[in-house]
Design a protein around this ligand. Structure first.
Ligand code: GUN
Length: 292
């Protein structure tokens, strides 16, 4: 069983990004990333903090805006418009999910698609679906695809089951895997909570991507002997044995699934660091494109 070290792979990619940032700076362009978080969800704040910190560490101009839970739609839209108009900002990210009274779709549609480093704007969604190389690809599925490529796992002709159908992971993941080219050319099934015989469908997979958002949902009977499992889940659960009283687990019941796998990602240290590395990569792309 191969443990896919997302942390090490992400570090390698970040070093490439650091070089690209230095190159851009020598041409007078400092890549700029703005991250916005609304409300007080502690996990969202932790993610945004590490995005901002990584951007700064790689030499980028990094701006973090924290807005209270009572922020209005208009106030949030005003921030988006301000960053759209700011030439020092090449990438804008509004952490999802926002508080319930915010219309997330309207926020995403207000983004300048050229600064949409999350790949959430309809223009980028369409470009991903079309296999257009100019797309901004959502960071988590892009990171999963990169993990497969870097780990030497062939996707061409493979039966891949994507478990989950979100706009952030499941749907774009399915497009990336079915598109032509490296890390693609797969036979893709998208399964979800309403899929009949879900365990049996997942057990057909050569590669299973678990992105259903339920702690340890994928049990041993979901996984074929010799399959590759990519665990996208990051779920905080109570754990009386830890000093914190909680721990992070994935969407996969790692202890019972890992022994059956050819390769598997751990949580933490698998997909998570790759998401951030791909965000940094997308921000550099946005800056390079703006400078052309
Ligand atoms: N929430 C969970 N994943 C993501 C992501 O990749 N980008 C944003 N903006 N919010 C998220």
């Amino acid at each position: 069983m191969q443990l896919i070290d997302g942390k090490a792979i992400a570090q390698r990619i970040n070093e490439q990004t650091r070089t690209a940032v230095a190159q851009l700076k020598s041409n007078g362009i400092t890549p700029g990333l703005a991250v916005v978080v609304v409300g007080d969800d502690p996990a969202s704040h932790a993610y945004v903090r590490s995005k901002e910190r990584t951007a700064a560490d790689l030499g980028m101009h990094s701006v973090k805006i924290e807005m209270p839970a009572a922020t209005t739609q208009e106030q949030l839209l005003a921030e988006v418009h301000r960053f759209n108009a700011d030439p020092a900002i090449h990438g804008i990210l509004v952490q999802s999910p926002p508080p319930k009274h915010i219309d997330e779709r309207a926020i995403v549609e207000a983004l300048d698609p050229r600064k949409d480093v999350d790949g959430f704007h309809p223009v980028n969604v369409a470009k991903v679906a079309m296999g257009d190389p100019d797309a901004f690809v959502p960071c988590t599925p892009l990171g999963c695809q990169r993990l497969l490529i870097e780990s030497g796992i062939e996707t061409a002709g493979a039966n891949v089951v994507v478990l989950g159908r979100s706009m952030i992971v499941g749907k774009p993941m399915a497009f990336l895997l079915m598109n032509k080219g490296r890390g693609g050319d797969a036979t893709v099934t998208v399964a979800h909570s309403r899929t009949k015989n879900l365990a049996a469908v997942c057990a057909q997979a050569d590669i299973l991507i678990a992105a259903i958002g339920q702690p340890e949902f994928v049990k041993a009977n979901f996984v074929r002997e010799g399959a590759v499992v990519i665990d996208v889940g990051i779920n905080r659960v109570t754990d009386r044995t830890s000093p914190k009283g909680s721990k992070l687990v994935g969407d996969v019941a790692f202890a019972e699934v890992a022994p059956k796998c050819r390769a598997i990602t751990p949580v933490p240290g698998g997909v998570g660091p790759m998401t951030i590395a791909m965000l940094m990569h997308n921000t550099v792309l946005a800056a390079q494109r703006a400078g052309r």
